[in-house]
Design a binder for this molecule. Structure first.
Ligand code: A3D
Length: 320
């Protein structure tokens, strides 16, 4: 059987890391697409030359032509601009909306059967716009944010408790941004919910609140340190986890920006929710019950995302 084909639209910091990880994990042959001449070709060749030492079998190529993504099984989209210090994710809206239009049309023309994972910010609005521009089925287009946000939460919790990150599960809902909703009640260490761990004296409520806030600010913390761009290792690793679940029909339960129609009282809207990712794409949206405070935070997050979607419609008439 031929290897799967993975098209990476955008060969910047995240795109290059995605290509490297896909190769190391032998997920398939990789095509890097970018408008910047030489960058995708150079990264593809560099990674291919690491193959003999890393011992992977995967073809790597770079291109400026959408024709070369033909028949891709997975497309991961990072095309656009990333945040610089002082910029919010929402500042990127106008620029990246135009990019989503060209990317959506390119995918529709050459890889209409692909499972598409959008990473470009502001995430929840861009994944919606990308789906609109591409016309692909809703279950085949999703956004990566929840896996990253919950990985950050898990990392901070594991450090606080001095336990393995493998035994920490965490739950983050809502939009990717300042209004994201880390759900403490559904986050555990080996099945023990965080509120119980506070009662057991493993941490204090104040420390837990600080970790929740650090998770919300996780992207900005990295931007502040790097100064020239935003996070890329963890975002790429998160998207690869989602792509692998699709390609291998793992049916992992992963939070992502998915099209929600019916659940959570939403009618046809992209927002961060727990999903099952398998061979059919987003196979299920998992609806959990929320208490009053959690629901209020989620509603606030949905409102923020709705505002961004409306802003997109104001910029591009074809979306209205
Ligand atoms: P960067 O290294 O700047 O790469 C972006 C690439 O896109 C560059 O190589 C550009 O040449 C290319 N590009 C620009 N316009 C086009 C186009 N029309 N077609 C094809 N390629 C184009 O950025 P990055 O890789 O660090 O980040 C990429 C995106 O991911 C940004 O929008 C970030 O804000 C976003 N991001 C999202 C998360 C989430 O958790 C959702 C995390 C980190 C970054």
């Amino acid at each position: 059987m031929a290897r799967p084909k993975i098209a990476l639209i955008g060969a910047g910091q995240i795109g290059g890391t995605l290509a490297h990880l896909a190769a190391l994990k032998e997920l398939g042959d990789v095509v890097l697409f970018d408008i910047a001449e030489g960058i995708p070709e150079g990264k593809a060749l560099d990674i291919a030359e690491s193959g003999p030492s890393a011992k992977f079998d995967a073809a790597m190529s770079g291109t400026q032509s959408y024709e070369d993504i033909a028949g891709a099984d997975v497309c991961i989209v990072t095309a656009g601009v990333a945040r610089k210090p002082g910029m919010s994710r929402d500042d990127l809206l106008g620029i990246n909306l135009k990019v989503m239009k060209s990317v959506g049309e390119g995918i529709a023309a050459h890889a209409p059967d692909a499972f598409v994972i959008c990473i470009t910010n502001p995430l929840d609005a861009m994944v919606w716009a990308l789906r609109e521009f591409s016309g692909l089925p809703h279950e085949k287009v999703c956004g990566m944010a929840g896996v990253l946000d919950s990985a950050r939460f898990r990392h901070f919790l594991a450090s606080e408790f001095d336990v393995s990150m493998k035994d920490v599960t965490a739950f983050v809902l809502g939009g990717h941004g300042d209004t994201m909703v880390p759900l403490v009640r559904y986050s555990t260490v080996a099945g023990i919910p965080l509120p119980d761990l506070v009662k057991m004296g493993w941490t204090t409520q104040e420390k837990l609140d600080a970790i929740v806030q650090r998770t919300r600010d996780g992207g900005a913390e990295i931007v502040g340190l790097l100064k020239t761009g935003s996070a890329f290792y963890a975002p790429a690793t998160s998207a690869i986890e989602m792509a692998e679940s699709y390609l291998k029909d793992q049916k992992r339960v992963l939070p992502c920006a998915a099209y929600v129609d019916g659940a959570y009282g939403l009618n046809g809207f992209y927002v961060g929710v727990p999903t099952v990712i398998g061979a059919a794409g987003i196979e299920r949206v998992v609806e959990i019950s929320m208490d009053k405070d959690e629901q209020a935070m989620f509603d606030n997050s949905v409102k923020a995302v709705k505002g961004l979607v409306e802003a997109c419609k104001g910029i591009d008439n074809s979306l209205a």
